[in-house]
Design a protein around this ligand. Structure first.
Ligand code: AMP
Length: 586
């Protein structure tokens, strides 16, 4: 269908006056110090995310307002700001009693249950650094991250512990305490673990937040690179200024909103925008504990009267696939703003929103390292479907080209492809990769932070995503490092070498596809393929394991011995092979 290339915003599209009404004027006068002045700060000085997100509301008129509504399969549970304050105080006391101090790292492995939210915010109060893990990870990604992060504590559920952690526990010598959340509130006596519920019941409601400042670490988010182990992006309490400003301008949060972020807190969107930003703005958040289900999601939007919805392209494509009929069984009169992040949002999906939900979808862009939304379509300006929007106030973005001396310079001509870069220094910028200063330094060229994404900027200043500059795979919105998958496959006795690529997929963006060559004495067969798929799934978990495996006699390598994933991909897709001058001749 031929559709216009721009969706013009009219006053009728805006059910409430947007927080960002004049983009140009706000950008011109924006000042991060003014944002910091909006935050309360710790009594006596300092800054702590939990104080901004919970305490200042709990002590004021929002004490009895619902902060989170957890929707379970059969029941729901509300936690009000006052109760959230008490529960997070209790958890901070639990950590203190266990001797877990400021700066130590706590890992989290669970679904979207209340205990997860209490753990994150309670850890902030104790100055403990939180590292969330995705619950669909298998034992290997879990072990790799806890080892790298030298985790002192793990909070998980009894079920996940038994299925994924018990067998790797002896590989994790730094882990002093494992706290288990039991199915019915109490974990059975699992050796070497403590019961979360019992500790919480014994803890006091009172806690004074440990003194923290803007540069103290708050979160450690692992992200995948092309080579080597995952990178632990370190974030600070000062990031809260970005969460506040982007909650206001990019998500347009207003005090009476019912907000639903569908992202899992195992990933950065689920913490920055599933926990922190909505609390900062004192809104009520919906948390769905169940997995994706089209009918259920439409029902939630309708029955919970969601007004601001932050979701992802894979989910939108799954809803599109389920058909408009299901959507039309419900009505969404409360819904006024829909945003999406994580992968390119195709124009078709933006229009689908307008036609089926009555609202276009506002794509926005950011990454683990940026800590918060950087480029966005906001209520303040027209949407060019397919574009990720414009840099938010306080953010300077450019398309840069590398010079031969390694320096980079912004490209001024419109519609030119280059690397997307951001002027360094916004509050939620990562402060380093844990134990990997060299890799961190590589992210910067002069005053620019290099994102690793290729993009273009058009003559009007809208940014367009082109692709990744590296081989990292984006599947269902999650970054997957090919190296981690290749390493797991190589652990199988039949595999001589493995190369992993992202293969385009209509629903999840890319699926993980592996190519393997076999050791002498092994024959390619469907049985072996199934065995390898099962082996990878057991080690890596469903979120990371390959969905397809092909056998090749040998894999293309550079003369320096690196597997040429680009060539594997080009061959798979029937695309030109490009420059193969470094290909090792076999
Ligand atoms: P992560 O660090 O896992 O959040 O992934 C960040 C990466 O996801 C970015 O560097 C992009 O490659 C991709 N990404 C995020 N948002 C968008 C978007 N709106 N459009 C295209 N790609 C995106």
């Amino acid at each position: 269908m031929d559709r216009p290339s721009i969706i013009r915003k009219t006053a009728a599209d805006l059910r409430v006056p947007p927080n960002l009404s004049d983009y140009a004027a706000t950008c011109a006068t924006f000042d991060w110090d003014a944002v910091r002045a909006e935050l309360a700060g710790l009594p006596g000085g300092g800054l702590n995310i939990a104080h901004e997100a919970v305490e200042r509301h709990a002590c004021g008129p929002l004490h009895d307002k619902v902060a989170f509504r957890f929707l379970g399969t059969h029941s729901s549970r509300d936690i009000r700001y006052g109760e959230l304050s008490r529960l997070t105080n209790r958890f901070a006391n639990v950590l203190k009693a266990l001797g877990v101090g400021k700066g130590e790292r706590l890992f989290l492995l669970s679904g979207r249950i209340p205990e997860l939210y209490v753990t994150v915010l309670g850890s902030f109060k104790n100055g403990t650094v939180v590292s969330p893990l995705f619950s669909a990870f298998g034992p290997e990604p879990i072990a790799t991250r806890i080892k790298l992060g030298e985790g002192a504590v793990l909070v998980t559920t009894e079920l996940l512990y038994e299925r994924k952690v018990a067998k790797i526990r002896d590989q994790l010598p730094t882990l002093r305490h494992v706290l288990l959340v039991g199915e019915d509130g109490q974990a059975t006596n699992v050796p070497g673990t403590l019961d979360f519920g019992t500790l919480m019941a014994q803890a006091s409601d009172d806690f004074t937040i440990v003194p923290t400042g803007p540069e103290d670490l708050s979160l450690l988010h692992f992200t995948s690179g092309t080579t080597g182990t995952p990178k632990g992006a370190m974030h600070v309490h000062g990031a809260v200024a970005t969460h506040w400003a982007t909650g206001k301008y990019a998500l347009d949060l207003h005090a009476d909103d019912i907000y639903w972020c569908t992202a899992d807190p195992g990933w950065v969107t689920g913490t920055s925008y599933g926990i922190i930003a909505p609390l900062l703005h004192g809104v009520t958040s919906i948390v769905d504990e169940a997995d994706f289900d089209a009918e259920r999601w439409y029902r939630i939007l309708d029955e919970q009267k969601v007004s601001v919805w932050y979701t992802a392209p894979t989910a939108i494509r799954m809803l599109m696939k389920a058909g408009a009929e299901i959507a039309r069984k419900h009505a969404y009169p409360s819904l006024r703003f829909v945003a999406s992040v994580g992968e390119p949002l195709n124009p078709e999906a933006v229009w689908w929103g307008k036609e089926v939900l009555g609202l276009p979808i506002h794509d926005n862009w950011w990454q683990t390292e940026t800590g918060g939304i950087m480029i966005a379509n906001t209520p303040a300006f027209d949407i060019k479907p397919g574009s990720m929007g414009r840099p938010l106030p306080g953010i300077e973005a450019a398309i840069v080209k590398k010079e031969s001396d390694g320096k980079v310079s912004p490209v001024d001509t419109a519609d030119t492809e280059g690397e997307l870069a951001l002027k360094a220094g916004w509050p939620s910028m990562l402060r380093g990769y844990l134990h990997n200063e060299e890799r961190y330094k590589k992210c910067f060229a002069g005053e620019w932070y290099l994102t690793g994404d290729l993009a273009k900027r058009d003559a009007d200043g809208w940014f367009w995503f082109v692709g990744r500059a590296d081989d990292v795979i984006k599947s269902a919105g999650h970054l997957i490092g090919p190296f981690e998958v290749e390493s797991a496959l190589m652990e199988h006795p039949a595999v001589a070498e493995a190369g992993v690529i992202g293969k385009p997929d209509e629903v999840v963006g890319e699926v993980v596809k592996a190519f393997v060559s076999l050791k002498k004495g092994f024959e390619a067969s469907d049985t072996l393929r199934l065995e390898l798929l099962g082996h990878a799934r057991k080690k890596l978990g469903a979120a990371v394991a390959p969905k397809e495996i092909d056998f090749l006699p040998s894999l293309p390598r550079t003369r320096s011995g690196k597997i040429m994933r680009r060539l594997l991909k080009a061959r798979e897709l029937g695309l030109p092979e490009g420059d193969t001058s470094t290909l090792e001749s076999s």
